[in-house]
Design a protein around this ligand. Sequence first.
Ligand SMILES: Cc1cc2nc3c(=O)[nH]c(=O)nc-3n(C[C@H](O)[C@H](O)[C@H](O)COP(=O)(O)OP(=O)(O)OC[C@H]3O[C@@H](n4cnc5c(N)ncnc54)[C@H](O)[C@@H]3O)c2cc1C
Ligand code: FES
Ligand code: FES
Length: 495
Amino acid sequence: MASSNIIRFLLDGKLREIENPDPTETVLNHLRYGMARTGTKEGCAEGDCGACTVVIGELDGNNIRYRAVNACILFMPVLDGKELITVESLCADDGSLHAVQQAMVDTHGSQCGFCTPGIVMSLFALKKENRNPGGNAIEDALAGNLCRCTGYGPIIEAAEKMQDNVAPENADDIKDRVDALKKLARHQTLELTGKSALTGTTKKYYAPVSIEGLADIVERHPNATILAGGTDVGLWVTKQHRELDVVIYIGGVPELQEIEDHGDVVDIGAGVSYTDAMDKLGALYPDMGELIRRIGSVQIRNSGTIGGNIANGSPIGDSPPALIAVGATLVLRKGEDERTIPLEDYFIDYGKQDLRPGEFVARVIVPKPKANQHFRAYKLSKRFDQDISAVCGCFGLTIEDGIVTDARICYGGMAATPKRSAQAEKALVGKPWKKNTAHAGMAAMEQDYAPLSDMRASADYRLVSAKNLLMKAFVETTSSVQTRVLTREGAANAG
Ligand SMILES: Cc1cc2nc3c(=O)[nH]c(=O)nc-3n(C[C@H](O)[C@H](O)[C@H](O)COP(=O)(O)OP(=O)(O)OC[C@H]3O[C@@H](n4cnc5c(N)ncnc54)[C@H](O)[C@@H]3O)c2cc1C
Ligand code: FES
Ligand code: FES
């Protein structure tokens, strides 16, 4: 195990080394207070507003993959072996503006300017990712960036305008950075011992580089905090001011970042980001892809992982109901042993999961769609983007010769865990897929759920809308009527 107590990363193309970092100091705080790079702003410190957006580059073969992330919930050691790009990195040495910044000036895309660095970084990442930034891609890229004063019209105009003006990068510069990142690659676990800047207590941080290494460390530290994307864990530190004594980061374990196609099923490693899972799962189940696209923002989806969304046991996580509705199973690992359970069995009660001491979530196994299977997923939230579900309803229905032969219905937001609708499923199976069957399922749902009222929705709203979502699935699977709002553009057209 390498106990160097130094993390190394690239910034402005140069190697940076930080000795004895506080393992849970955020990148935002380090930039602002440790390096006086105050271009990156703090708005919410919880991943919502995007003022702190920076871009992270990671080796991808002989290329670098760039992703916008929220620096406010990213811990410093996570930068180890990566490239960090901040808004200060964009200006040329002679002070001339980057094409994205110039476009913002030209279209009057900034007023008070507080959101501007984050918006610039989101648009810079959009261009770096080489996605075709037409229509929805621009809106999507900006969904995690809150601007209170300018209004998004001029900002979207800037995003359109920058397209033609961003000069392609020099191939030699790219190669230099790829080579530099290759030199930073770790072949042994990174082990850090740091002190909390706040209380002076000692903290440990491990970043293993193999699944065996991870299994060993988790077994030896069963009470440690496993860190994946940090879109929950980061907030424990920034909002709850929790001190995490031992953190085990899984982002450097290659086996957990893999998506493997095994014919009838696809294995999604626990550390696969929402962004990466979205493409694969969306190709199998379009509604699942769209549901994942509604999770948080681009920044959150670039950091947050499918494994974290399951492991945290939240009753309102969006991916578990969808994965349960298609019959996914979960692989848990402890030491050298693995066990596989139906995903729904992992969620025992509120805050209680079937995760034993020394065990971690290794991967989720997702069956591919079968003949005559229909899958629908609907997220109800107050805002279209960057909002948590009040209710998330997912339906895996097999209809053969007009008869429901299999039904898996699962909701988030209706109980203390993501929960299948056992009575509604029973009311459907073996019956003709007709309106009265759907109504019977809706009525049966009252035996399945007694939802709570909270700030997101009342109990009545939840139950009524959960029932209605089944009717929505019925309408969509029996007619050409599409009641779904897949995109804002779609919503506008339907309007
Ligand atoms: C602004 C914002 C918007 C959000 N929007 C949504 C949304 O729309 N829908 C939604 O569902 N969620 C949303 N979330 C919640 C969050 O994205 C998810 O809960 C996320 O999936 C957590 O994954 P992570 O990789 O970031 O996990 P982390 O924060 O790293 O970890 C979460 C928990 O899981 C544990 N853990 C992680 N990986 C493993 C593993 N492999 N084995 C065992 N334990 C593990 C950690 O110890 C921790 O307890 C949002 C969060 C933020 C900050
Ligand atoms: S400060 Fe608001 S997202 Fe980071
Ligand atoms: S310019 Fe003021 S918040 Fe966007």
